[in-house]
Design a protein around this ligand. Structure first.
Ligand code: BES
Ligand code: ZN
Ligand code: ZN
Length: 484
């Protein structure tokens, strides 16, 4: 169940006996509200530099969070990004305290002057309060989970709460899709999930079947799919509100490899066990469509998802095969595990049809991207026409916590993917693996384009601040803020 966020009123405040205060070093307790011994307790705790202080005032409990950063009240300061992220983390940490005390409802009051902290605190707390319980027989964890955060601040509006909740539930849809195993989420069922989301949130969803995909000559998708018992799908989502501010749409493309075994270049040893996450780009695109539709953003957006698994049978593609794309480009396959770029190429060609203002693709594309910067952010690159958009995306990434690191994209890298017998090859050797993957894709775009390699942040193997282990929903908040 999604956590509720609401605004405080008298009744709610009386019902909830747990109060959280975001305080600073300067905060002191008033003698009107607290007894002498409570004040002494607080002062002693502060002397010991404790940053979380729980005062028991039966039947109430008051939790003081001391946020002792410099420039805390500087709303427009340079370090705003770090502060907001810190507050989100504080939200997640507070959730742990609430769960340990079996608290279901709490009131939050901000004693700092930075009003941005209220939403960020709620965001961190609510994002952390996600669990994937579908396959737990007894949803015990659910019983201990926190239910409602009540914001006690007249500067916050109900609309802000609703916006945040819609974003968080979109992030959670993305997490659910990523966490769903391949046995229940294949190329066909993922397209059905997109249709369900489209119905629920009010965006159009059209799914192309194998015959249609063949007629469109999406040969990358068809080639990767050759070793599968499930047909490929290609999903087109569209959100086009009446008041859309853009005349040319923004197109989002998501890698939808529902499971990546590596194909005949099979993943050996470790590395395959998390490969249900190889559709995280697709899930982030769908989640973003939900977030923008729920919040009625005035922007025309199209989402494209090529979906297949990368499996092996007698028909499967092999190293040495050559794909001829519908735009005439030929690609030599030298490794069947570099399958993502092969199917994304078809989607990028198809995106041209919309005469897009900008195309952004999201893909768990390379281990090299994850190796370079870890789970801490995605690796981004773009063509010249999208330089400014990527700068903006990077700034927004810092502000919202879905961080973006821009990599070089010099022309020189093109030589690494030249093929002897076709135009390009699908691997580029040991160096710059995330970039050569991006270079492969750049052969299929002639519009402003940004590539986000999310292999690092999309899926994590242990809890990390406000991101529970598993699918993180990376990209949804980033794209939402960008589109907004
Ligand atoms: N899906 C993987 C990339 C990946 C790795 C995603 C780790 C998430 C976590 C991708 O299809 C892949 O296997 N890439 C190869 C490319 C190589 C063969 C050029 C890789 O990174 O090893
Ligand atoms: Zn692969
Ligand atoms: Zn893959």
């Amino acid at each position: 169940m999604d956590t509720k966020i609401s605004l405080a009123n008298k009744k709610k405040q009386n019902d909830a006996s747990f109060q959280i205060f975001l305080a600073t070093e300067k905060t002191t307790l008033s003698a009107k509200q607290y007894t002498k011994s409570e004040i002494e307790f607080y002062t002693a705790a502060r002397k010991e530099k404790q940053s979380t202080i729980l005062i028991s005032k039966y039947p109430e409990q008051h939790l003081y969070l001391i946020f002792d950063k410099k420039e805390i009240n500087d709303i427009n300061g340079n370090n705003q990004s770090e502060l907001l992220e810190e507050v989100r983390r504080l939200g997640a940490k507070t959730l742990e305290i609430l769960k340990a005390n079996k608290i279901k409802k709490a009131v939050f009051t901000n004693f700092t002057d930075n009003t941005n902290f209220i939403i960020s605190f709620a965001e961190g707390l609510v994002l952390a309060n996600y669990q994937f319980l579908k396959y737990k027989q007894k949803a015990k964890e659910a019983q201990t989970s926190f239910e409602e955060l009540i914001l006690n601040d007249s500067k916050i509006t109900q609309a802000q709460c609703d916006e945040l909740l819609a974003i968080v539930s979109a992030v959670n849809h993305t997490r659910n899709l990523v966490n769903e195993p391949h046995s229940t989420l294949n190329s066909v069922s993922i397209s059905k999930e997109f249709q369900k989301l489209g119905k629920a949130y009010g965006f159009k969803v059209e799914v192309f079947n194998q015959t249609k995909i063949e007629s469109l000559k999406m040969n990358g998708l068809l080639t990767v799919n050759k070793g599968s018992v499930n047909p490929p799908t290609f999903t087109v989502m569209e959100y086009k509100p009446k008041g859309a501010k853009n005349s040319k749409p923004i197109v989002l493309v998501g890698k939808g490899v529902v499971y990546d075994t590596g194909g005949y270049n099979i993943k050996v040893g470790t590395g395959m066990e998390t490969m249900k996450c190889d559709m995280a780009g697709a899930a982030a695109v769908a989640g973003t469509m939900c977030a923008i539709a729920a919040n009625k953003l005035e922007v025309h957006v199209i989402g494209l998802v090529p979906a297949t698994d990368n499996f092996i049978n007698q028909n499967a593609y092999v190293a040495g095969d050559i794909i001829t794309y519908s735009n005439g480009k030929t690609a030599e396959i030298l490794n069947t595990d570099a399958e993502g770029r092969l199917i994304l190429a078809d989607a990028l060609i198809y995106a041209q049809k919309f005469n897009p203002e900008l195309v952004i693709d999201l893909a768990t594309l390379t281990g090299a991207a994850a190796a370079a910067i870890g789970k801490y952010g995605c690796v981004a690159m773009c063509n010249h026409k999208a330089n400014l958009s990527l700068e903006m995306l990077e700034d927004l990434g810092n502000l919202c916590g879905d961080r973006v690191a821009t990599f070089p994209f010099w022309e020189d890298y093109d030589e690494l993917i030249k093929s002897d017998i076709a135009e390009i090859k699908n691997i580029g050797g040991p160096y710059g693996g995330a970039i050569t993957a991006g270079k492969f894709l750049s052969n299929f775009v002639d519009y402003p384009w940004i590539h986000l390699d999310i292999a690092g942040p999309a899926f994590i193997e242990s809890n990390w601040n406000y991101r529970p282990k598993g699918g993180t929903g990376y990209g949804v908040r980033l794209l939402y803020n960008f589109l907004k």
